[in-house]
Design a protein around this ligand. Sequence first.
Ligand code: ZN
Ligand code: MN
Length: 499
Amino acid sequence: MPSPTTIIGLEVHVQLQTRTKIFCGCANRFNPDEPNVQTCPVCLGLPGALPVMNRRALELSVRAGLALSGTIAGLTKWDRKQYYYPDLPKAYQISQYDLPFCQGGHLDVDVEQENGEIQSRHIRLIRVHLEEDAGKNLHDESGRGGDSRVDLNRAGTPLLEIVSEPDIRSAAEARRYLEEIRLLMVYLGVSDCNMQEGSLRCDANVNLEISNSANESIRTPIVEVKNLNSFRGVEAALVYEISRQQREFEQCGGIYADTAKQTRGWDADRGVTFAQRGKEEASDYRYFPDPDLLPVSFSDEWIEIQRAELCEPPADRRRRFVAELGLSEYDAGVLVDRGRETADYFEAVATACGDAKQAANWVTQDVLRELNEREETIESFPIDAQGLASLLGMITSGDLTTRSGREVFSSLMNNQGGDGSIVERIASIVEERGLSAVADSGALETVIDAVISRNEKAAEDFRGGKDAAIGKLIGEVMREVGGADPNAVRETLISRLRP
Ligand code: ZN
Ligand code: MN
């Protein structure tokens, strides 16, 4: 029996990084500590209050749509999607129904297959539209039957919804797709995509195509898993749901009593999906155009202005780092996936020092290690790109050994070298510690000869075959000439003692 085909489509919700909400002047800010303070008659849904569209939300949305290669509509409009929830005081959500601002588009993602090969997957998009977020219901989870409360700080937050075609073929692929959407949105400055704060959430539609015993191809009923808010959650929920649908198919032989789409939730603690409700059809929502908001038209000039604001997408940047700068796929991925500022920092170091591979080694290892330890971001990193580039330049030119370079690096991290520019501080650290590599080997040899004559016993032991005795000699030379390359010292000593 052929193995089943997994069919997944994702609906991704991204909160936009605007200063104010989408239809009122309330602050758009994550604020769970003071419920209901970022509210006004508009986002509370009071009678007679009228929405006013946030222009910035449309700009960011159109940039996202362009970056996803979608077609921006000349005319778009707002529709009311009716449903009742305690966290939706108007009893309708302002959304976009039949004229979304963006149609089509796609996102290409590299996905590691089960055999370890990287495959580029082309995920088509159906549409991207803009809507308002709802508030939040806060339920007492102590089990002692406390109150449920409603916090409307989030009500009216601009929300971008990116709907994919069912082109995703595995749970791992869904995760990669979501990771790439997140990175793109963060690069564009469209959203902070902070998943702990709910700025990026997704619903996953999944079913399987399986051959039954008569060799007919059967599709299992579609399940929508709602409100997944972590990468791990998306992957784990889909892995679970795929095997649940397979088990169910084996039990019923592909004959289902109810083939309607079902909505399920994800219980991360128990690692299972659970039935919630029958999924509404679009007709249940009774969409109709919002009479309080005018349709919006975009001129070609305005769309081009938005296009000019786009940055190089992360996928292009990874490819360029590999093709033009000679980085490994792995290093390019680490640098780009860490965020736009880190990639910019690396690129500035690489350009200034002229050695991209060395710059990549230092940024991916030394710089990122320090950032992780200090839990800081690259913006507050104490060594600027020019400073790191000049340090790397001294290593390349042989003025410093790699070992001394690391010593200077950690001295800089510990705020040593005075309070001049990084370049000045490097010079004073090198000077203070005598780290400058000995330019003429003659000077090094003089020190080595002196060390040998002071340590006759160790020298004799080494001549007599006791290899370990050389350690003491190397140590003493290095103490005198801090910047010397230990390998060169070892070689010179050996040539002197065992000619
Ligand atoms: Zn408001
Ligand atoms: Mn939605």
